[in-house]
Write a protein that binds this ligand. Structure first.
Ligand code: MG
Length: 301
């Protein structure tokens, strides 16, 4: 049988005018081609159909064989955006489960978002400086800034996850360059890895994912950059670009929309006396969701 295949192959090659060498490699080729074809037919048929995929995911929720951990999935878009979002959106369906029975208008593909600024909102510095002096120079935010209390912020985030909110961080990082070779970038991602890790330790639901969008520094005029001035302005709060990135991610990757009426953004730049800016307040206004200061949101005892 193998002799027949070999002679058939040699014959075919000879007819096409090519010089053939009857090595063991070439004699194996016809059968391996058949095997590849069969494999392609098996894998490329029903699994790529999105409807079928949805059914499969509903039947078997919360099982993921290809989970990529938070520190491994940092991405840079052009030079104007740094983001960290899961490729596998299975977790959104887990978040959504209880909403199915709550929503009565038939629109079931909604996700409630609890979004937060980072500096001065979820964390402050240990050193007391305005900006972190090192990747370890952070602690969870507390109103009085006296105790290093994880309980208030993390407890509240745990409650939100239990209520099926998606936790998202939107942060302007005007000192971070979106370039993996730069120290500002590695320090920032290391700090976020540690923060998210700490938050997850305090959240009971172990499938929880926290999404991060960061607007980095615009490179100096002459430096090479791959994004336009408009893109930089758009993603930097109060521009709504980072929120739109989230919306696009949920829609395109998972087929979900943000439940904007039940979503909230919390930030410390609220234009109050002593606030350096009102960019967080204006960001919430631009995306038309509810806004709280950290003091209002993390109702402190
Ligand atoms: Mg802030």
């Amino acid at each position: 049988m193998s002799k027949d295949i070999l002679s058939h192959f040699k014959q075919k090659s000879d007819n096409s005018g090519k010089i053939t060498k009857p090595s063991s490699d070439s004699s194996m080729r016809p059968s391996s081609n058949v095997a590849t074809k069969v494999a392609q037919n098996i894998t490329s048929k029903p699994l790529l159909d999105s409807n079928v995929t949805k059914v499969v995911q509903k039947v078997a929720p919360a099982i993921s064989t290809s989970k990529v951990s938070f520190p491994q999935r940092w991405q840079i878009v052009g030079s104007h955006l740094i983001k960290n979002v899961p490729k596998d959106t299975q977790f959104i369906r887990t978040l959504h489960t209880d909403r199915d029975s709550e929503v009565e208008d038939g629109n079931k593909n909604l996700v409630k978002v609890a979004a937060f600024d980072l500096d001065g909102t979820l964390i402050s510095t240990k050193s007391g400086s305005t900006f972190s002096r090192s990747p370890n120079d952070w602690k969870f935010w507390h109103r009085n800034d006296k105790q290093e209390s994880e309980s208030v912020v993390v407890r509240k985030l745990n409650e939100l996850v239990a209520k099926k909110y998606l936790i998202v961080i939107f942060t302007n990082q005007g000192a971070v360059v979106a370039n993996p070779t730069m120290k500002s970038y590695t320090n920032f991602t290391k700090k976020l890895n540690d923060i998210v890790n700490k938050i997850k330790e305090g959240i009971e639901s172990k499938d929880t994912e926290i999404l991060v969008f960061a607007a980095p520094k615009k490179p100096a005029k002459n430096a090479s950059k791959s994004s336009s001035d408009e893109q930089f302005a758009y993603v930097r709060k109060p521009g709504r670009g980072m929120w739109d990135e989230l919306t696009t991610y949920l829609r395109d990757k998972a087929g979900y929309e943000v439940d904007i009426e039940n979503s909230i953004f919390v930030g410390d730049a609220a234009g109050r006396d002593g606030d350096f800016s009102d960019s967080d307040l204006m960001f919430a206004k631009n995306v038309k969701c509810e806004f709280n200061t950290p003091e209002e949101f993390f109702q402190l005892e």
